[in-house]
Design a binder for this molecule. Structure first.
Ligand SMILES: *Cc1c(COP(=O)(O)O)cnc(C)c1O
Length: 482
């Protein structure tokens, strides 16, 4: 038996046929919701208190057959989504590294969605492409990155969704460069700190390398790579016929903000023809301020460098900035051109097609968000904000160090402070649980040499002295004597 499908009524107006009318009618109430959320964000427990499965259980199992109203959607935001949200935009968020947003980022996201650009080729988004090139030149200037990363030479910047993707494409470029030079895939070996981010190993795995092709080099007491051990490892691998093809340095490790010695690592990479990649996903933003640019000493030796404006630079998930000193190996590794993508502009060599700088084909107009953030803050505004965060973190480190219940065992020159209770791991662990149970703050932890440390990352957009005072009061009240 065959069933005749119903004939659609193409003349019936629906929210899908009149985007302008729909936005005019409901944009104001959606924006009013955003205003209320942002002004009331401190009233919710920072970490969501729901049990696994609670969110789904609140929502209908089946999709609606009929159009629903925005009033119903907004009501569900308050009823289900907000309680089911851990509030990364609350000033009491000190966990992991922040993923801070800001008003320009919020508003720019609406514009990006309005344009709905798919900027795979210059032709499909000239503004998407050219603003991206420009805004990464701007950011390179603000961070005082080496000239080689600017787009007026052989290098340039590209926006990826995450530092993980940035490190992956750098790895693919490094791998292909080594393969083109005649190395066998199985002989390649990469080096990174024992404290390097897991994305380094994942990138190598995606690139087809096995676990034993990553050499994790031990760190010193400040959690920076020991160059002497790196040099030994490279020499031993060379002697065994392996090919060192990539050295990854970290500026601001995820665990403790360790800073690797870029210059020595870069020199080792150069000497052996290996690609030198620098991962400054979080801490790189500190280089806005001249007094913190020591973190980048030796960056002129890097083939690629990543930092995430979506962590500490007010740009909201997701926006990672990757620069390469020479774009050719990247494009060689990632460019595949079927007939349907051929066009005059791409054929002219006069334009960038960013699809050749990333794994996916399609891409959204993320650059507009960074452009809006930089324009609304201005360079001075960004510097003031980052400087303010570092000053707040330093203030907390000072209070902790001055109190004989606590120890700050590692250098904390930027905005991450790791500390322990002197009474031992169990007390430190309980202190963290008690702090988080207040709902006013959220801190995460790490373990170094088996020792449990509480971590405080200070970089939330709206965090101020009053919030650090509150955090200190909580620590002071909840911590038992040493
Ligand atoms: C957070 C972090 C990453 C991963 O960042 P994503 O953008 O989430 O992929 C990589 N490296 C370091 C040092 C980080 O702190």
């Amino acid at each position: 038996m065959t069933v005749d499908p119903p004939v659609p009524d193409v003349s019936a107006p629906g929210p899908w046929t009149d985007p302008a009318g729909e936005v005019a009618a409901h944009g104001p109430e959606v924006m009013a919701w955003a205003v209320r959320y942002l002004s009331e964000v401190t009233q919710h427990p920072v970490l969501s208190q729901v049990e696994p499965g609670w969110v789904r259980a609140q929502l209908p199992e089946h999709p609606p057959a009929q159009s629903e109203g925005w009033d119903e959607i907004l009501a569900d935001l308050d009823r289900v989504i907000v309680p089911g949200t851990s509030h990364w935009q609350a000033p009491g968020w000190y966990g992991y590294f922040q993923a801070n947003s800001s008003a320009p980022a919020v508003l720019a996201e609406a514009i990006i969605a309005t344009l709905g650009t798919q900027g795979m080729l210059w032709r499909t988004g000239p503004a998407c492409t050219e603003v991206e090139t420009l805004v990464l030149d701007w950011l390179a200037e603000l961070l005082d990155l080496p000239r080689s990363f600017r787009s007026d030479g052989a290098g340039g910047g590209v926006i990826q969704d995450s530092a993980s993707s940035s490190t992956l494409v750098a790895t693919l470029a490094a791998r292909d460069r080594a393969r083109r030079a005649g190395a066998r895939l199985d002989d390649l070996v990469a080096y990174a700190s024992a404290d390097a981010h897991s994305s380094v190993e994942k990138g190598l795995r995606v690139a087809g390398l096995m676990g034993d092709q990553l050499h994790l080099v031990a760190v010193d007491a400040h959690r920076a790579v020991r160059s002497d051990l790196l040099i030994k490892a490279v020499q031993a691998d060379r002697a065994a016929g392996r090919v060192p093809f990539m050295v990854v340095a970290t500026v601001g490790t995820t665990s403790t903000h360790g800073v690797d010695p870029l210059r020595t690592m870069g020199e080792v990479a150069r000497e052996h023809g290996a690609w030198f990649h620098v991962d400054a996903a979080h801490a790189g933003a500190a280089a806005l301020c001249p007094e913190h640019r020591w973190i980048h000493d030796g960056l002129d030796l890097a083939d690629s460098y990543v930092m995430d404006p979506h962590k500490w630079l007010f740009t909201a998930m997701d926006l990672s900035a990757l620069w390469v000193a020479d774009r050719q190996p990247l494009v060689d590794a990632l460019s595949v051109t079927p007939e349907y993508l051929h066009n005059t502009a791409s054929g002219s060599d006069g334009v960038i097609d960013y699809r050749d700088w990333q794994v996916p084909l399609g891409r959204r107009f993320r650059a507009l968000k960074l452009w809006a953030v930089i324009r609304r803050f201005g360079g001075d505004g960004l510097r003031d904000a980052v400087r303010g965060h570092i000053a707040l973190a330093q203030g907390l480190a000072g209070r902790l160090a001055a109190d004989d219940r606590f120890e700050v065992p590692l250098p904390a020159p930027l905005n991450l402070v790791c500390f322990a209770h002197r009474a031992g791991d169990e007390v430190s662990e309980k202190l963290l649980a008690d702090l988080n149970a207040t709902g006013r703050v959220f801190l995460s932890h790490t373990r170094i040499e088996g020792r449990y440390l509480l971590r405080v990352a200070v970089g939330q957009t709206s965090v101020g002295p009053e919030h650090l005072d509150e955090l200190w009061d909580l620590i002071d009240r909840l911590a038992p004597p040493a």
